[in-house]
Design a protein around this ligand. Sequence first.
Ligand code: BLA
Length: 311
Amino acid sequence: NPPVLISASPKKINFTLTRRSKSFLFRVSAVSYKEFAESALEETKKRIVLEPSHLQEKYSSMTGLDGETELQMLAFKSSKIRLLRSMVIENETMQVFDFAGFMEPEYDTPIFCANFFTSANVNIVVLDLNPLHQLTDQTDYQEKYYNKIMSIYHKYAETFPWGGKLTGESIKFFSPLVMWTRFSSSQEKHKALFSAFLEYYQAWLEMTNQVREEMEPSQVRANCEAQHKYLTWRAQKDPGHGLLKRLVGEAKAKEMLRDFLFNGVDELGKKTFIDYFPEYQTEDGTVSDKRSIIGKSYETRPWDLTGQFIG
Ligand code: BLA
C-alpha cells in the first residue's frame, strides 16, 4: 500500500525495506529538477525564439564515475541571451539543479541564477537575479531592475527564511531579491520552490524582453567585464566544485566548469582570477585553495524590507 508507506518515517521502517523499495520510497517524494528545467524552457519558448547552443553537441547527458549518477545538460541561446543552460544531477540520494542565463554584453540585465542542492533531507537553495553591476555604487541599477519587483521576494520570505551565514564573498554577487535558504525536504516545500523558481524566472524573462541594446562602447565593455568577473569567480570558487569533481573526476569537472557551466570565462576577457580577487594570491603567486578569505558572514539578511543594503 504505497500511500501509507510514503507517509511513514523512512527511518522507522528502514530495516524492512530492500534497497529497491527504499529507492521507490525516496523517488516518489523526491523533487524532480528535470521538470523545473522543462517548465522554464516551455515558458521561454512562449515568449522568445530559442536556438540550440553549440555547447549542446558537446554536453548532453553523462553517467558519473559511480555508474549510477546521471547528469543532464541543456544549452540554448537567443538573439539577446548569450547562454541559457541547465544542469541536473540525480542519483538515489541526491539531486542538484544549476540553471543560469547570461546575456550578450550589449545588455545589462542581471544573471539568472538557480542553484538547488538536495540530499537525503537537506536542501541548500540560492535563487536570484544576480546583479551585473555593484548595487552599492550604481543605485540606478537597483532602481532599474529590483525596486519594482521586491514583492516577489516578500511572497516567499516566510516559507524560505534566510539560510544563515554564508561565504562572505558571495554576498556581493547577490541582489536584494535573493532567496538563500536551507530546509528539510517536503512536498509542500518543493512545490513552493517550483513556484518561486518559475516566478523569478518569469521576472527575468520579462527583463530580457524589455532591455534595450546598449550603444555606448564603454558601457558594453563594462557589461562584458562584469560578466567575466562573475564567471571567473564561479568557475574558480563555486561551492559545487568538490561534488562535481567526485562525480566526474577532476579533469572533466574542470572542463565542464570552464566550458559549459561558466562558459565565457575564457572568451569574454583576459583578466585572471588574481586580477579580480588579489586577496586570494598566495606567496608563490598562485590562487589560494581557500574558498573564502573573509570567512562565513551574514547571520541575518543584509537587506532591509525595501531592498536597501544594511550589511
Ligand atoms: C552550498 N551553495 C552552497 C552555499 C552557497 C551556495 C552560498 C553555502 C555555502 C557557502 O557559504 O558557500 C551557492 N554561492 C552559491 C551561488 C553563488 C555563490 C549560487 O556565491 C553565486 C554567486 N551547489 C551547486 C552545484 C552543486 C552544489 C552545481 O550549485 C554540486 C554539483 C553543491 N552547494 C553544494 C554543496 C553545498 C553547497 C554540496 C554544501 C557544502 C558546502 O557548503 O560547501
